[in-house]
Design a binder for this molecule. Structure first.
Ligand code: SAH
Ligand code: DHB
Ligand code: MG
Length: 215
């Protein structure tokens, strides 16, 4: 087998050599902890990865499903051009309010719009021009539906990105009774088999599955 298992030393090397989390985002996580939000933001090395992805497709319009404290939204927004826009959907009003406060602090309120409500409903109401990328990071049971609803909103050559697709190391367990793992397994299969997508799974952090819309 041709792969290098990730060690602490390798992980530190990657984060130190390609630093992406600045003091603002570091403090955002501390404040989110203090406010009682769950510490389930993307990992720092995923910032660099998402920013490279955004720039490589020339992303101007991005859709995020699952805002939490605004950590990934602010990270993505930083890789967009001046006229870029990020629409992020969040069910929990406390999370949405916290994120909005940090977005204002970051002076990104002209770039990032937070819509509060169930992603399934909000996705049906989107009338914006097509998106260049969609980042799916909300409830794992919803990933299949989010993929279905987001794909028509994506331009040709645009990216669908799903987080946590290694399911905390349990993704290969075909006999799992865990509903979250089952949902992520179905999502990966759907991404792989979808006729409109070319996809792969990148073993970064807790796993990211990425598809390009090819037709
Ligand atoms: N993308 C964020 C982390 C998101 S955590 C980051 O990396 O910084 C997942 C978020 O999805 C939580 O805030 C949760 O409240 C929200 N969420 C869960 N189910 C949802 C739903 N059905 N619709 C919208 N948001 C949902
Ligand atoms: C959970 C959700 C996430 O999106 C994540 O990155 C980590 C954990 C969770 O629901 O436990
Ligand atoms: Mg996640």
């Amino acid at each position: 087998m041709k792969y290098v298992p990730l060690t602490e030393a390798l992980h530190s090397y990657i984060c130190e050599t390609f630093p992406a989390e600045d003091e603002f985002l570091c403090r955002l996580k501390t404040e989110a902890d203090e406010a009682g939000l769950p510490p389930i933001h993307i990992a720092p090395e995923q910032i660099a990865f998402l920013q490279v992805l955004m720039r490589s497709v020339g992303a101007r319009r991005v859709l995020e499903i699952g805002t939490l404290a605004g950590y990934s939204a602010i990270a993505i927004a930083r890789a967009l051009p001046n006229d870029g826009r990020l629409l992020t959907l969040e069910r929990n009003p406390l999370h949405a309010e916290f994120a909005l406060r940090k977005i204002r602090e970051a002076a990104l309120e002209h770039v990032i719009e937070v819509r509060t409500g169930s992603a399934k409903e909000l996705l049906g109401e989107i009338r914006e021009e097509p998106f260049d990328a969609v980042f799916i990071d909300a409830d794992k049971a919803g990933y299949g539906t989010y993929l279905q609803k987001a794909l028509p909103l994506l331009r040709l050559g645009g990216l669908v990105i799903g987080d946590n697709t290694l399911a905390w190391g349990n993704i290969a367990d075909a006999t799992t009774e865990d509903k979250t793992v089952q949902a992520l397994r179905r999502f990966n299969t759907a991404m792989s088999a979808h006729p409109q997508l070319q996809s792969c799974l990148v073993p970064i952090a807790e796993g990211m599955t990425i598809g390009v819309k090819i037709r």
